[in-house]
Design a protein around this ligand. Structure first.
Ligand SMILES: [Zn+2]
Length: 119
């Protein structure tokens, strides 16, 4: 399963993709989204967010990403799943469903790799 894709002259991993999207939101994390900035905050954040919501969202997604890393064996360092015939859960291939869901938040972006789409 592909976990990297070519974008322009570079290659983006799912982790790099998520970190870049979180960095895109970072400037709005500590601003009051109710302040008038020509509608940019409303477009990016929605109109029902309270101050601090974006900060908490970014921090939570970074914590999830820190917990779900690609291990040296190519599997998620956290996730396991059941396989028929196995008595114990087996490691889940990277990128795991949790990281795929986090990346799917920004699935409309041009550098989103459709192979990351959650099952
Ligand atoms: Zn995982």
């Amino acid at each position: 399963m592909a976990t990297r894709m070519a974008v322009g002259v570079g290659v983006v991993t799912i982790t790099e993709f998520i970190e870049a999207r979180l960095a895109d939101r970072e400037p709005y994390a500590d601003d009051d989204p109710r302040q008038d900035d020509g509608g940019r905050c409303e477009y990016l954040l929605g109109e029902h967010l309270e101050p601090g919501d974006v900060r908490r969202l970014i921090d939570s997604l970074r914590a999830i990403l820190a917990e779900h890393q690609r291990g040296d064996d190519g599997d998620c360092t956290t996730c396991h799943h059941r396989e028929p015939g196995w008595a114990v859960p087996v490691p889940t291939e990277w990128p795991c469903p949790t990281v795929r869901q986090v990346a799917a938040i920004d699935a409309g972006r041009p550098d989103y790799d459709e192979t990351w789409k959650p099952a």
